[in-house]
Design a protein around this ligand. Sequence first.
Ligand code: HEM
Length: 142
Amino acid sequence: MIDLHPLVIHFAIAPLALTLLFQYAVLKWPDRGLQYPAQYSLWVGLVGAVAAVITGILTARGVPADSPAQATIFNHRLAGFVTLGYFVLYLLLRRWLLARYTGRPALFLVLAIIGLGIVVTTGFFGGELVYTFGIGVGGTVP
Ligand code: HEM
């Protein structure tokens, strides 16, 4: 089985980081048309996150149950699901939030910082799996 996870994760991490930054920029500079890249990067990021979760679960199935990496896989998987959940919630609430709080970019800055923190935490644990435990390196995953 080809490990597609390293291929798709970038389509989650980069757009999800961008959508938050674009959203904050929209509120700082409302007349620059940045609401479109904010919206489109959120959609692309969500599709990427769904693909990352699916391919991650498939890859993790190949890791032996007694592997010392299992605790980190648990943390990474949890962070991956929190990432997906947070941005689905953000997608659902975004319009409502924009309608109520357009005048308060600080709220979106807080949402951006929380979102970026979750994405970075997911990536950190994923990196641990590869660079500390060698998962996915040199055929350690089927
Ligand atoms: C939004 C969701 C997710 C993101 C952004 C993400 C991101 C990452 C990153 C950045 C790496 C390191 C890759 C590298 O440096 O080459 C990684 C590795 C890994 N992730 Fe995820 N991940 C996500 C969800 C999941 C889930 C739900 C699982 C299921 C357990 C998972 C399992 C793995 C495994 C086993 C590795 C190491 C082997 C490999 O690189 O394929 N990931 N992930």
